[in-house]
Design a protein around this ligand. Sequence first.
Ligand SMILES: Nc1ncnc2c1ncn2[C@@H]1O[C@H](COP(=O)(O)OP(=O)(O)O)[C@@H](O)[C@H]1O
Ligand SMILES: CC(C)(COP(=O)(O)O)[C@@H](O)C(=O)NCCC(=O)O
Ligand SMILES: [K+]
Length: 262
Amino acid sequence: MILLVDVGNTNIVIGIHDGNDIIADFRLATDSKKTSDEMSIQVVELFRMNGISVSDITGVIISSVVPNVMYSLENMIRKTFNIHPMIVGPGLKTGMNIKTDNPREVGADRIVNAVAAYEKYKRSMILVDFGTATTFDAVKGTGVYIGGAILPGIKIAADALFERAAKLPRIELVTPEKVIGKNTVTSMQSGIVLGYIGSIEYIIKLMKKEMMEEGEEEPLVIATGGLSRMIYNGTDSIDLLEPGLTLEGLKIIYDKNRKEDR
Ligand SMILES: Nc1ncnc2c1ncn2[C@@H]1O[C@H](COP(=O)(O)OP(=O)(O)O)[C@@H](O)[C@H]1O
Ligand SMILES: CC(C)(COP(=O)(O)O)[C@@H](O)C(=O)NCCC(=O)O
Ligand SMILES: [K+]
């Protein structure tokens, strides 16, 4: 079994792949103060709860956009599984041709998402990951990654409003029924959630136009990430929801880089 680890700025998502499928996944809060021993306790307990033996893991792959958790995480992997993990980055084949100013600066999660989606759909597409940040990634029909856009995530946007305006409360992120709010909370939900949907629709529209002007067919729009469902339910601009994209991409990259019998 292979352990798939996606370190985001909010959550560390861990998946277990048994050779056919991802059979379990868990989320830990991303916390750079946690020691390798503390993480190990959590991981061992989650394995136990899922009836999976730690000794069944024969390979580990990590993608991370949070450099300062990597020391403890890699130590945890070595201590718990006695395995030297693969880490997505320079030196690992992803199979994705990245045509940006500096391919090395593109977040590993964005590349992993693109690898998974391209393997599945093999066509021109736009990926939107609603995580801590919201990222857009444009992939050509030939499989070339050409760049994208980065926005403050929905929660970041909501929290900023709460933190900077004395009379505005922290609100639940739900889609309001009407755009004209009748109180502070529904007005904030309207502005934040519907405003967010408006901005992502606009970026998708512009990206599609730019890609089609370069001769691409109309791109397929695929959403992933912790907050993707709410936005998907509120717009017609997203074609597909693929919540497991990052873990799927990690397994594909693992297979591309494994030595025989690793
Ligand atoms: N399964 C889930 N259901 C609802 N919200 C979620 C879920 N997972 C994560 N979230 C929320 O989505 C946001 C982004 O999470 P995530 O996609 O894990 O971000 P990152 O990849 O940046 O760590 C967080 O605010 C988190 O609380
Ligand atoms: C844009 C991101 C912060 C998104 O991270 P996430 O929301 O998944 O935690 C991450 O992909 C990142 O740090 N990227 C590096 C900059 C770039 O992609 O160009
Ligand atoms: K992510």
